[in-house]
Write a protein that binds this ligand. Structure first.
Ligand code: ADP
Ligand code: ADP
Length: 225
């Protein structure tokens, strides 16, 4: 069964066809990376998947259900943006608990799951800190914990590590791969860094000018003849 099925999805901005009839299937537990140059439609595709923008046409199924026009909160999807987007006036713990609060999860479960999510990203004991006290890498981890905490079946990451220096980027890559293994969550990860795509992904989706040009394993795509 496919977790995510994108069928003939397209998006026009005036004369610009940002996404040109894209088909993409992501299996349960699969790690798929969208790789392509700036302007190739990667962010547009992510925005359509999480519901931040409505498509001009085509269809989107999540766990077999048509979610093409479902509001973001009704989709079982977590998103980690490049700029973290943490609430600056809330503590780390309150940031991570936020998705559970809006889902009205009871206090005891909220505390337990918040601590478990912080632990999963290596931030045990950081609940009382404020985001501004943390490094960029730590803030990125909080953003990841905030999406893990409600156990989405799909996590989207948009250029999430591009603001980090190289060493920290490698650490975060390892960490996300471990979390992928441990939780079995499907990932759609966006990057313009080929090396990052190759080390992270089960399959890579090569995008150009709003289209998917190739979709295959790193090995198949970059095998030397
Ligand atoms: P990528 O993420 O690969 O850099 P985008 O999805 O951001 O690509 O952009 C794909 C195309 O759509 C580009 O030509 C971009 O200029 C255009 N585009 C994206 N968002 C908008 C928007 N809100 N309004 C107009 N054009 C847009
Ligand atoms: P609950 O409060 O829902 O009964 P717990 O918080 O006790 O559940 O967590 C049960 C287990 O699920 C813990 O071992 C925890 O590490 C794990 N867990 C937490 N978040 C996730 C997740 N996103 N995906 C899979 N397992 C998770």
């Amino acid at each position: 069964a496919h977790k995510l099925q994108v069928q003939g999805l397209y998006k026009a901005y005036g004369q610009t066809l940002a996404l040109d009839r894209v088909d993409l299937h992501v299996a349960a537990g699969e790690f798929v990376t969208l790789l392509g140059p700036s302007g190739s439609g990667k962010s547009t595709l992510l925005q359509l998947i999480c519901g931040l923008t409505p498509p001009s046409g085509g269809k989107l199924l999540i766990d077999g259900r048509d979610q093409t026009f479902a509001p973001p909160a009704q989709r079982d999807i977590g998103v980690v943006f490049q700029n973290y987007a943490l609430f600056p006036h809330l503590s780390v713990g309150e940031n991570v608990a936020f998705p559970l609060r809006i889902r009205k999860v009871d206090r005891a479960a909220m505390a337990r799951r918040t601590e478990a999510a912080l632990e999963m990203v290596g931030l045990h004991g950081y609940a009382a800190r404020m985001p501004a006290e943390l490094s960029g890498g730590q803030q990125q981890r909080v953003a990841l914990a905030r999406c893990l905490v409600y156990r989405p079946s799909l996590i989207l990451m948009d250029e999430s590590f591009s603001a980090l220096d190289r060493n920290l980027r490698l650490v975060m890559q390892d960490e996300v791969r471990r979390i992928h293994r441990e939780t079995g969550t499907s990932f759609v990860f966006v990057t313009h860094d080929q090396e990052e795509a190759m080390t992270m992904s089960d399959r890579i989706c090569l995008m150009n000018q709003g289209r998917i040009e190739q979709f295959d394993t790193p090995r198949a795509l970059y095998a030397t003849p």
